[in-house]
Design a protein around this ligand. Structure first.
Ligand SMILES: Nc1ncnc2c1ncn2[C@@H]1O[C@H](COP(=O)(O)OP(=O)(O)OP(=O)(O)O)[C@@H](O)[C@H]1O
Ligand SMILES: [Mg+2]
Length: 641
């Protein structure tokens, strides 16, 4: 897994976690908020429904009060002939849509019934509404429950209208009857007042609420304005007689009004038995509703039934589900988008990095022509640019090195050829030269001392000797002799060299400073070859100083490395920087033609190498030059070279 993939996966995980949390919380909050709103609405709807029920009672109150004040009723009662009012009373009952309208005398004994003509003489003084009107002399109104006998009494056919078949209801307590015969009534009573203001009777009338749907439908239409959800009214209202639905617009499964069904146990306990308002979720007939129930009380305060409004819970649950699904959708969409984006970004990021990796592998494998294409303007592009420059620099260095090596090889090949040629020439010239030297000496021996030619022959002898020296050096260089090693004292070898040269005029003005370490051990060397080396170095120094200056010789023993060190420092003209690398080359000389072969240092280098040692030079123009020779204590074999 690449670094980018890991990075992208980490980002994705964060995005998924965040959006899932956000979605979950949002869906929960929205769902909760909406349900809370709905519950609030139910509470205010319940209050409004109660208002409407009270308004209905108010209307009844007015109807009965106004009818009681009619002169025809007063006159009939005063005349002691209530039956004279029957016709008017019947018209009033029908016009006002009352289910019964009854007149009593001032003591509560029935004088006339519009709903049940000629059944009179019973006392209704025990009816709480009638009693209230009689006692206070003012109209009274209230909910009431009439049993079957009372219903039959007040109006013909009223008991039949009130009769309800009970329907088995899920969640409701077991019913012990199958038929309801009592009726929930809204009744009002008003005193009929004589001309002196005395109560001469009571008019009371009312409506049976069983099976009467105006009130509940009005509540529903006013509060919910006929809004439906998937074919079901979103809001419903019901009037209960005790726990029984007697007037409702909640529908059963078959689409009929669910009259005859009963309320759930929980609501029954709280509202009917406890007399308290109920707000909350409730299972109503066949669906879940957010509901509100309030007790309906008779005039004496006892609970006779309930009024209910409910909001279908389904739309809210669906909303919650839908918003949750929407958020999940958004989350998934976001994740998909993030994934796609991260893939694109990681490709864009990783492609140039991969190209870089590939190119650096090629460079590592030796292909210095490898380059990375750059087509962006970011840090990776900078890196790629730096890489390309580095590769180019490497290629240039490589080319330089190759060129250098080529030159070196050519040079050494040339040197080998020249060296061989020189050796051959030297060999060929050696014999004739020996002849010239020998015969020029013979000539000189036999010549009289005053011979005018003698000077010329002498020159021949000197120059020939010089040539012989050069030839010998050439031969020494081209065919180096195997060193004859033995244990020797290096200081003694150096001293011998000095004793050989010190008498020469060149050394008269040179101060030789000796700084020999006392305990310099003996070394395994070829003393003759080593003498050649030091002689050469001493002569070079003297020549560089032009015969005036100081030559310092010091020795040192490096105990740890078991190496003997000899340093020869002069105060001569020094060596130019560009010549430093060439002074050990054969035939390199800065001396005038005929004054140096340029072989001295080349031969010395060969001898030191043969001894397993090293020779290095340090020089500063105008200050002087120092040569340092290091030799292993035990000679080349022991030093392992
Ligand atoms: N001590 C020194 N100070 C300054 N230059 C030096 C010194 N030693 C050597 N050189 C330089 O190095 C060159 C090479 O020295 P090398 O001994 O090989 O040859 P040479 O002295 O020129 O000739 P030859 O040794 O055959 O007489 C010299 O020509 C000189 O330029
Ligand atoms: Mg020399």
């Amino acid at each position: 897994m690449s670094r980018f993939t890991k990075l992208m996966l980490a980002f994705l995980a964060i995005i998924i976690l965040l959006s899932a949390t956000f979605s979950g919380v949002a869906a929960f909050v929205i769902g909760d908020r909406v349900l809370a709103e709905a519950a609030n609405r139910v509470e205010s709807d319940l209050n409004a429904a109660e208002e409407m029920y009270a308004a209905n009672a108010g209307t009844l109150y007015d109807q009965v009060r106004l009818s009681a004040n009619h002169f025809y009723l007063r006159d009939a009662l005063r005349a002691g002939q209530p039956e004279q009012a029957f016709g008017e009373l019947l018209v009033t009952m029908n016009d006002e849509d009352l289910d019964f309208l009854t007149v009593t005398d001032g003591g509560g004994t029935v004088l006339l019934r519009a709903g049940n003509a000629w059944v009179v003489g019973d006392s209704q003084a025990g009816d709480p509404v009638v009693a209230a009107a009689l006692q206070t002399g003012l109209p009274a109104v209230g909910s009431a429950v009439f049993d079957e006998a009372r219903l039959s009494l007040e109006a013909a056919g009223l008991a039949e209208r009130a009769r309800l078949e009970l329907v088995e209801t899920r969640g409701a307590p077991e019913a012990d009857e199958t038929v309801e015969t009592t009726g929930l009534m809204l009744v009002a009573a008003a005193p009929v007042v004589g001309y002196a203001g005395e109560a001469i009777g009571v008019l009371y009338g009312g409506r049976l609420l069983n099976g009467r749907f105006e009130i509940v439908d009005k509540i529903r239409d006013t509060l919910f304005r006929g809004v439906q959800y998937e074919g079901t009214d979103i809001g419903t209202a019901t009037l209960f007689l005790d726990d029984l639905r007697i007037s409702t617009n909640v529908l059963s499964d078959d689409g009929s009004r669910a009259v005859g069904t009963r309320v759930s146990e929980e609501v029954y306990q709280q509202v009917i038995l406890g007399g308290e308002r109920y707000l909350g979720r409730a299972y109503v007939v066949n669906d879940w509703y957010l509901t509100g129930y309030d007790p309906l009380r008779s005039i004496d305060g006892s609970v006779v039934g309930m009024i209910y409004v409910g909001l279908l819970e389904r739309p809210y649950n669906d909303l919650k589900t839908r918003s949750t699904l929407l958020f999940i959708g958004i989350t998934l969409g976001g994740v998909a988008l993030a994934t796609a984006l991260s893939i694109v970004i990681s490709r864009r990021l990783s492609t140039p990095v991969r190209a870089l990796v590939k190119a650096s592998r090629r460079v590592a494998e030796g292909d210095l022509e490898a380059r990375v294409a750059v087509n962006t303007h970011d840090e990776i592009a900078e890196l790629a640019g730096a890489f390309n420059r580095m590769a180019a620099a490497l290629a240039a260095r490589d080319e330089q090195l190759k060129e250098f090596a080529r030159k070196r090889i050519m040079q050494s090949e040339r040197l080998a050829v020249v060296g061989q040629l020189a050796a051959d020439v030297a060999h060929e010239l050696n014999n004739p030269l020996q002849g010239i030297v020998t015969y020029s000496h013979l000539l000189l021996e036999r010549m009289p001392a005053d011979d005018p030619q003698r000077k010329s022959v002498d020159k021949i002898a000197v120059q020939a000797a010089r040539c012989a020296t050069i030839i010998r050096a050439l031969l020494d260089f081209s065919r180096p002799k195997k060193p004859q090693k033995k244990t020797a004292n290096l200081c003694a070898v150096i001293e011998e060299c000095f004793s050989l040269v010190e008498d020469r005029a060149l050394f008269h003005n040179i101060e030789v400073v000796r700084d020999y370490t006392d305990c310099l051990p003996e070394v395994v060397i070829d003393p003759a070859q080593m003498q050649q080396v030091f002689l050469n170095l001493i002569m070079n120094a003297a020549e560089a100083m032009g015969g005036v200056g100081r030559l310092t010789v010091s020795t040192h023993f490096d105990v740890e490395r078991e190496m003997v060190q000899v340093t020869l420092g002069d105060t001569g003209h020094g060596i130019r920087e560009e010549d430093l690398g060439r002074i050990f080359d054969p035939f390199f000389t800065t001396k005038e033609v005929g004054h140096g072969t340029g072989l001295g240092l080349a031969i010395s280098f060969g001898i030191i190498k043969e001894h397993g040692g090293t020779i290095v030079v340090e020089s500063q123009i105008g200050v002087g030059t120092t040569f340092t020779i290091e030799l292993p204590l035990g000679g080349a074999e022991e030093a392992g070279s």
